[in-house]
Ligand binder design. Structure first.
Ligand code: PMP
Length: 421
C-alpha cells in the first residue's frame, strides 16, 4: 500500500470534515476591510451575504470572455454561455435534491418567485378559496397573496405564534380545510430566527389536498434543504443571501404542479410557436423564464452553490449554532437587553432591543465602531405589531463570522449603551 497516497486521502477527508472558519473567511475579500479605525464586523447576513472570491472571479470571467445571450445562438460564445447557465441549474438541482433540473426555474429572487406562484395559481383561485400563511412571514410572502384576496375574493388565514416566536401547530391543523388551496410558510424567520417544522406542516397540508410553498430565503445559507424529503410543492430563495449576486433566485416546483400552472410573463424563450391568433408555450423550465434572464447571476449562483455544497454543511450548521449560542449568552450579560425570538429551534438571528434606547441610535453607534447590523421592522411589520414595538436591532450571522466578531459586537454594543444612557 502506498502510504503517502492513503495519508493524502486521509488529509483530504479531514479537510472536508473539519470546518475551518479562518480558511472560509479568507475567501471573502470584503471582510478584510476596515471601517475607519475599526475592522469591519459584518452582522447583516439576513439582509444579504458577502461573496467569496470564486463567485467574484466567475462574474469577471463571464464578462471578460464568455458574455453572450443564451438559448438562441449558433455561435460558440452563445453555446458556451448556455452550457454554463444550464450547468448552474443542474448544480442547484443537485444541492436541493430536485429530481429534475427543469423543476428549477430561474427568477429574480424570492419576491419574484412568490409573485410568480401567486400570479399563476391566482388564475385558478375562486372566491372563498383559502390561502394560509404564518405570523412569521416576510412582506413578500404576505402581499402577493393579499392581491388574490382583493382580486379574487380569496380568504387569507394566518397561523398565529406565541411570544417566543413559535407557530401554533394546533391552530394550523384547525385552519386547514378542503378549501385550502395553498400554504406558504417561511422555513426560517428573518426577523426572529425561528426554524419552522416544515416537513410536518407539508404533510398536514397535503392531507387536505393543499399545495405547500416553502420560503427558504433564510434557511439555505445555514443548513441543507432537501425538497424531496420535505415533499414541498414549491421552494423559493434568493441568490444574494446565498453568497451569489443580487437579482437572481430560484423557484423550485414539482414537475406535476408546474406543468398545470399557466405562465407568469409572456415574451421570448417561453413560447413554442407564436402567431397573431394563438401562442403555444414552451416546455419547463422555459415556460416560466420569459425574456433574457440574469445570465451572469445564474452562473454566479451555480458557482456559489457548488462552493457551499463542497463544505460539510452539518459542521457549518453546528458551528453557526455554537456561535449563535455564544452571542446569546454574551448579549444577555449586558443590562437592559430584551431578546425577541427565543424559539427552541433557531438559526442565524439575534433580534433585540435595549431598554429605553431607540434601535436606530444603537445601530448608528454600532456602525461608528465598524459593526454592521440592521435596525427596523425587517419587512415583517406584523411581527413588530405582535410585540407592540416599532422594530428591533438584528445581528444576523453567517458561516464566516467568528467569536472575535461576536466579542467586537458586544464590546461596541456595551459602549453604545453607555454613551446613550
Ligand atoms: N423571505 C424572507 C424570509 C426574507 O428574509 C427575504 C429577504 N429579507 C425575502 C423573503 C425577500 O427576499 P428578496 O428581497 O431577496 O426577494
Amino acid at each position: 500500500m502506498n502510504y503517502l497516497f492513503t495519508s493524502f486521502i486521509f488529509v483530504e477527508k479531514l479537510e472536508k470534515m473539519t470546518f475551518d472558519v479562518d480558511k472560509i473567511r479568507a475567501q471573502f475579500p470584503i471582510l478584510k476591510q476596515s471601517m475607519g479605525k475599526y475592522p469591519l464586523v459584518y452582522l447583516d447576513n439576513g439582509a444579504t451575504t458577502q461573496k467569496p472570491q470564486i463567485v467574484i472571479d466567475a462574474i469577471t470571467a463571464y464578462y471578460t470572455s464568455e458574455n453572450s445571450n443564451i438559448h438562441r445562438g449558433v455561435h460558440t460564445l452563445s453555446q458556451n454561455a448556455t452550457t454554463a447557465y444550464e450547468e448552474a441549474r443542474s448544480l442547484i438541482q443537485n444541492h436541493i435534491n430536485a429530481s429534475k433540473s427543469y423543476e428549477c426555474i430561474f427568477t429574480k429572487g424570492t419576491t419574484d418567485s412568490i409573485n410568480l406562484v401567486a400570479h399563476s395559481i391566482g388564475k385558478t383561485i375562486q372566491a372563498g378559496d383559502e390561502i394560509i400563511i404564518s405570523a412569521l412571514e416576510h412582506h413578500s410572502n404576505i402581499v402577493p397573496w393579499q392581491f388574490l384576496v382583493e382580486e379574487k375574493g380569496a380568504i387569507l388565514k394566518v397561523i398565529p405564534m406565541n411570544s417566543k416566536g413559535e407557530l401554533d401547530m394546533n391552530v394550523y391543523a384547525e385552519l386547514l380545510t378542503d378549501k385550502t388551496k395553498i400554504v406558504a410558510v417561511t422555513q426560517v424567520s428573518n426577523a426572529l430566527g425561528t426554524i419552522n417544522p416544515i416537513k410536518e406542516m407539508v404533510k398536514k397540508a397535503h392531507k387536505v389536498g393543499a399545495l405547500f410553498l416553502v420560503d427558504a430565503a433564510q434557511s439555505l445559507q445555514h443548513f441543507s434543504v432537501d425538497v424531496q424529503d420535505l415533499d414541498c410543492d414549491f421552494m423559493v430563495f434568493s441568490g444574494h443571501k446565498l453568497f451569489a449576486p443580487t437579482g437572481v433566485g430560484m423557484l423550485y416546483g414539482k414537475e406535476s404542479v408546474l406543468k398545470e400552472l399557466p405562465p407568469y410573463q409572456g415574451g421570448g424563450d417561453m413560447i413554442k410557436t407564436v402567431t397573431f391568433e394563438k401562442t403555444t408555450y414552451n416546455e419547463l423550465p422555459h415556460k416560466f423564464e420569459a425574456g433574457t434572464p440574469n445570465i451572469v447571476g445564474g452562473i454566479g449562483l451555480g458557482v456559489a452553490i457548488k462552493w457551499l455544497s463542497e463544505l460539510n454543511l452539518t459542521e457549518v450548521q453546528k458551528y453557526e449554532d455554537d456561535l449563535l449560542n455564544y452571542a446569546t449568552v454574551e448579549i444577555l450579560k449586558l443590562e437592559g437587553i430584551k431578546l425577541y425570538g427565543t424559539a427552541e429551534h433557531k438559526s442565524g438571528v439575534l433580534s433585540f432591543l435595549v431598554d429605553g434606547l431607540h434601535p436606530y441610535d444603537v445601530g448608528t453607534l454600532l456602525n461608528q465602531q465598524g459593526v454592521a447590523v440592521r435596525t427596523g421592522h425587517h419587512c415583517t411589520q406584523p411581527i413588530m405589531d405582535f410585540y407592540q414595538i416599532p422594530g428591533t436591532i438584528r445581528a444576523s450571522f453567517s458561516l464566516y463570522n467568528t467569536k472575535a466578531d461576536v466579542d467586537a459586537f458586544i464590546k461596541a454594543l456595551n459602549r453604545a449603551i453607555n454613551m446613550l444612557k
